[in-house]
Write a protein that binds this ligand. Structure first.
Ligand SMILES: Nc1ncnc2c1ncn2[C@@H]1O[C@H](COP(=O)(O)OP(=O)(O)OP(=O)(O)O)[C@@H](O)[C@H]1O
Length: 235
């Protein structure tokens, strides 16, 4: 069997201390295999962003272990964890977080340059991504000159430019109108399907969630199969 792209084992995360401790995750576990697209659909405040931050090695769990492509991440030192995050994980957020003073192409090149690619290699890969996401004609433009849908496609291109094994997305279409959300999601889906990436995508959009391979939700700090909850007869 293939090594899972992401494995979360009994993740706990609490905020605050003393009387004001908030236990957001209480033993959350899940596995995502290469090529799988999983929707994380849960009510606001249940811990979706916390789970994604922990899976993306941006936050440490209070307890539990995160495996990225088979590597235990929690016990790594900061430098090794950063390297694992840079090489194996791509992020897309609700707001694009593109650097305003750089062009779309430069924004896509930047993480590759940080990862050690030459400018020529990074440029070639950025061109491929722009082309693939059908925004090649917008490569010279800065983020402020792009539409919301174009900005988000550049953010997706940037996230996958380093060929990660895992894509994490927190409401990637949450800031877009339904029509734009639809075509941005189509671009994301095509990219994931074509590259064999694993993806965990938090969304409130049930229509988009329905197009993914399976759906999970958060219940009392645990990850549960949302398909079994919403359709118990099917399981
Ligand atoms: N740094 C923090 N310090 C204290 N509490 C926090 C912190 N980050 C998150 N929380 C709390 O943890 C809970 C889960 O937050 P989280 O952002 O993970 O939820 P979410 O499901 O992503 O919500 P939304 O859909 O609204 O973005 C919330 O009650 C939130 O207030």
């Amino acid at each position: 069997m293939a090594t899972p792209a992401l494995e979360l084992k009994s993740i706990e995360r609490e905020y605050g201390q003393g009387d004001s401790v908030l236990k957001v995750l209480r033993g959350a576990s899940m596995t995502i295999n290469p090529g799988e697209m999983v929707a994380l659909v849960a009510p606001s405040g249940t811990g979706k962003s916390t789970l994604l931050q922990i899976a993306g090695l941006l936050e440490k769990p209070t307890a539990g272990e995160v495996f990225i492509a088979g590597r235990a991440a929690t016990s790594l030192d900061d430098a090794a964890r950063t390297a694992l995050r840079r090489n194996d994980i791509g992020f897309v957020y609700q707001f694009h977080h593109l650097l305003p003073e750089f062009s779309a192409r430069e924004n896509i090149m930047l993480p590759q340059l940080i990862a050690g690619l030459t400018p020529a290699e990074a440029r070639e890969r950025a061109e491929q991504m722009l082309d693939y996401l059908k925004i090649a004609h917008r490569g010279e433009h800065r983020p402020a000159e792009l539409s919301g849908g174009e900005q988000q496609r550049v953010a997706i291109a940037r996230a996958v430019a380093n060929a990660p094994s895992l894509l994490l997305a927190d409401e990637p279409t949450g800031n877009l109108d339904p029509e734009t959300a639809g075509y941005v999601f189509e671009a994301l889906e095509a990219l994931v399907r074509q590259s064999g990436l694993a993806a965990l995508i938090a969304t409130h959009n049930l229509h988009l969630a329905a197009r993914m391979d399976r759906r999970v939700t958060l219940s009392d700090g645990h990850v549960v199969d949302a398909d079994a909850v919403s359709n118990p007869a099917a399981g």
